[in-house]
Design a binder for this molecule. Sequence first.
Ligand SMILES: Cc1cc2nc3c(=O)[nH]c(=O)nc-3n(C[C@H](O)[C@H](O)[C@H](O)COP(=O)(O)O)c2cc1C
Length: 354
Amino acid sequence: MQTHLREPWWIGEVEVPTRVVLAPMAGVSVQAFRRQGRRFGAGLVCSEMVSCAGIEHRNERTLDYLRVGRDEHPLAIQIFGAEPRVMAEAARMVEAAGADIVDMNFGCPVRKVTKTGAGAHLLEDPALACRIVADVAAAVSVPVTVKMRRGVADGSRTCLELGPRFVEEGAASLTLHPRSARQMYTGYADHSLTAELVELVDVPVVASGDVTSRAKAEAVIDATGAAAVMVGRGAQGNPWALREILDGDATEPSREEVAAELIVFIRETVRELGERRASGFLKKFYSWYLGYGRFPKPFKQELVQIHDTEDVVTRLLAAAPGAAELVARLEAERPDPAGEILLDQLPISIYGGG
Ligand SMILES: Cc1cc2nc3c(=O)[nH]c(=O)nc-3n(C[C@H](O)[C@H](O)[C@H](O)COP(=O)(O)O)c2cc1C
């Protein structure tokens, strides 16, 4: 293994302290997720995709708006849209809100997004995609990056054609999720394409797709020459995966640790989304988290039935009384929310993906 996963690297002038990037995931990458990712060693965290449509017409159904906290940096904020001028304006707003990097989504395969010409659809319209990259790069002084799929159709190699062009237009890094848009999340990420892309460009490439362990992270970096790996589904309800990837520490989290992380996650998410939205939103996280910590099976089902999130917290503390002290410590370390910036011109899309 040539590259140590705790070595820093750079996107433009932004120093990224480790080689693990936490993936943008719509409906998952809330602030609590990004903060937790940073605490567990992710060198860079990314917001889920925010919609440029919010700038011009504010009628899009949204989940929420993005909050940026002081402890999230370096933070990439991902924008999506299909109009260069609007994307450039969104990039300026995102930079003003404190993004260290502006990332563009050229990978979302969800029809609601691609039918507007955005997401993975842009891989079918190279001229427009290049103009978006050029205009966004010209609009801001922070580095701009592109996250893409291999192409739209199965077996597509479009990413290899477009990647170098995006770099020419000003992209300071490329993230490749080498599945086709049509594949959604089936099959596997073909990182032989990532290796080819690395050969073609002189900017850092981030390898996204199916990295869930240290062994896989090392294998992907060795085989591709990528600057870093991105971890998505492997970190859902499982920040310990980041610890294992970075340090090889495969210690199972204790029940107290799992309960404490989940409680902090619940409370932060309620603060961010409000109780009404958070109580539904969090249910998938209960299932994810309680896969760890050896909780009795019926406990999981029980939590999902509870509506009030503080009742969930009470149940977790009853099942793992030692968690209270850990929660107090984690909450004491959290910075004052007063310094946060709310990006309320750019709604988070509920249709996301990549
Ligand atoms: C629920 C979910 C939501 C996602 N949302 C986004 C998104 O908003 N923007 C994006 O670029 N990719 C998105 N992705 C793709 C991931 O960032 C990542 O590229 C993909 O999941 C492959 O990595 P993994 O195997 O580590 O999960 C999403 C993936 C999932 C599973």
